[in-house]
Design a protein around this ligand. Structure first.
Ligand SMILES: [Zn+2]
Length: 178
């Protein structure tokens, strides 16, 4: 496997160096990603660009596309909420819900003892914020957030993004290993 492939592999693994992505270090250039992405869906391409190069245009497109999906499927009674719910789903997908207990690693390494699974997130590396926190971050009254089942819509959008990311990564790895 090439160095780049290995780096991306490490990123997607559980012990991902999240600090590297969100600390401002870019592991892939946009051109490298573009070259390895022929055959990846447009959505998948924007997902990889957003997640692994931090491309702002792609992030904007993901939020826009997710908002349109919510509206098209009529997932929320009040269309004024679609945008903020989409933004919540995309930002969580891009990694802002990392577990504070283990910083997204899923395990903790106490000095002088064996590696332990993080109790806060049960090894998942992520914690799903509760309705209250999501509503606050989105600037929507909690009651309204709850009334429109916004949590369910966030979960649905995240599922779509995760599925599409998985499909895109399969193609991506095939290309760069080719
Ligand atoms: Zn944790």
């Amino acid at each position: 496997m090439s160095d780049r492939a290995e780096q991306l592999g490490q990123l997607t693994a559980k012990f991902a160096g999240w600090d590297a992505i969100f600390g401002g270090t870019t592991l892939l250039t946009k051109n490298e990603l573009v070259a390895a992405c022929s055959g990846v869906s447009v959505l998948g391409f924007n997902i990889l660009m957003a997640k692994y190069t931090g491309d702002e245009k792609s992030i904007t497109l993901l939020v826009k596309g997710s908002t349109q999906t919510i509206n098209r499927k009529g997932l929320i009674g009040n269309p004024e909420l679609s945008g903020v719910v989409a933004l919540t789903a995309v930002s969580e997908f891009l990694g802002t819900d990392l577990c504070p207990g283990c910083n997204g690693r899923g395990s903790i390494f106490p000095k002088g003892t064996a590696v332990r699974t993080c109790k806060t997130c049960e090894g998942k590396g992520r914690v799903t914020p509760g309705q209250r926190r999501r509503a606050r971050l989105a600037g929507v009254p909690v009651q309204e957030w709850r009334d429109h089942s916004c949590d369910k819509v966030v979960a649905k959008i995240r599922n779509i993004l995760e599925r599409e990311e998985g499909a895109a990564l399969v193609i991506f790895f095939r290309k760069i290993q080719g």
